[in-house]
Design a protein around this ligand. Structure first.
Ligand SMILES: [Zn+2]
Length: 250
C-alpha cells in the first residue's frame, strides 16, 4: 500500500472512529481508577515496569503483537514468549495488539479477523489460560470500519487520545494518556490524576519501554514511580484494564 494513502486513511479513519459508531457504556465505578498499559511490549516494560507495578501491589495490561515478539524494534528488544507467559503468571493482563502490528485502517474485515486469530493462537500456545479480552489499536489509530468487528471480539479497544474516561465512554475507543517522558511531565501526570478524582474517572496510561534513557515512546523508571506514587497518595487503585472494566460494571 502506498504510504501516503495509508497515512491519509489512518488520519481520517482515526478521526471518524473518535466520533462515530460508539459503543456507549456508562462507567459505574465507585471511585477513581488507574490502569497502566504497555504496548508491543518491550522487555524493559515486562521486567522493570511490571516489577515496579508489583511493588505497589498493582498489575498492568500488556498489549502484545505476537509478530513483534523476540525481536529488535529499532527502539527496544521486544518480549519473548517466555516473558509473556511469565507476565500472565504474575497476574498481569495480556491484551491483543494485532499479530503483525498493522494499523486497523489498513486491514479489511477478513485481514483483521486473520490478525486476531493468529495472535490468539500465538498467545494461547504460550498458555491456554490466557484470556484475551481487550485490544489496543496499533499506533493508536482507531478505525471506523473495524470498530464494530473489534467490539464483537473484545470488551474494549484503547487508542492514544489523552484524557480521563468518565461517565459514558466509548468502549471501543478508550482514551489513554501517555506515560512517555517526551510527551508528559510530572505536573501533567498530577493533573491527570486530579481530573480522575474530580470526575470519578478511569485514567489509563499507555507506554512502551521503561529505561533510564527511554526511547521517544517510553518512560524513565522515575516517571513511572511518580505516577505510581501519585496514585497511592490519592488512594486510587491501579489495576488491569480487565479488572477496571469489571469494577465499572462492564
Ligand atoms: Zn504498538
Amino acid at each position: 500500500m502506498h504510504p501516503a494513502w495509508s497515512s491519509l486513511k489512518a488520519r481520517i479513519g482515526n478521526r471518524l472512529a473518535r466520533h462515530l459508531r460508539p459503543q456507549p457504556f456508562r462507567l459505574r465505578n465507585n471511585g477513581p481508577m488507574v490502569s497502566f498499559t504497555f504496548d508491543d511490549a518491550p522487555i524493559s516494560a515486562a521486567t522493570r515496569g511490571a516489577g515496579m507495578l508489583e511493588e505497589y501491589d498493582a498489575r498492568g495490561t500488556f498489549y502484545v503483537a505476537g509478530g513483534l515478539a523476540d525481536s529488535w524494534s529499532g527502539n527496544w528488544n521486544t518480549v519473548s514468549a517466555d516473558d509473556v507467559a511469565d507476565l500472565h503468571h504474575r497476574g498481569h493482563e495480556i491484551g491483543c495488539h494485532t499479530f503483525s502490528h498493522t494499523r486497523a485502517t489498513d486491514l479489511t474485515s477478513a485481514a483483521m479477523a486473520a490478525e486476531l486469530e493468529k495472535n490468539r493462537r500465538y498467545l494461547l500456545a504460550l498458555d491456554p489460560s490466557i484470556r484475551i479480552e481487550n485490544f489496543a489499536y496499533p499506533y493508536g489509530t482507531g478505525s471506523l470500519l473495524r470498530k464494530g468487528q473489534l467490539g464483537k471480539a473484545f470488551r474494549s479497544s484503547r487508542g492514544i487520545l489523552p484524557g480521563v474516561n468518565s461517565g459514558t465512554v466509548d468502549l471501543q475507543y478508550l482514551r489513554a494518556t501517555p506515560l512517555v517522558d517526551c510527551l508528559i511531565d510530572r505536573d501533567g501526570i498530577d493533573r491527570a490524576f486530579d481530573e480522575a478524582v474530580a470526575s470519578n474517572g478511569w485514567l489509563i496510561f499507555y507506554g512502551h519501554d521503561v529505561e533510564a534513557e527511554p526511547s521517544p515512546y517510553g518512560c524513565t523508571p522515575a516517571l513511572l514511580r511518580h505516577a505510581l506514587e501519585a496514585a497511592a497518595r490519592r488512594k486510587i487503585p491501579a489495576m488491569s484494564v480487565a479488572n477496571a472494566l469489571q469494577l465499572a460494571g462492564a
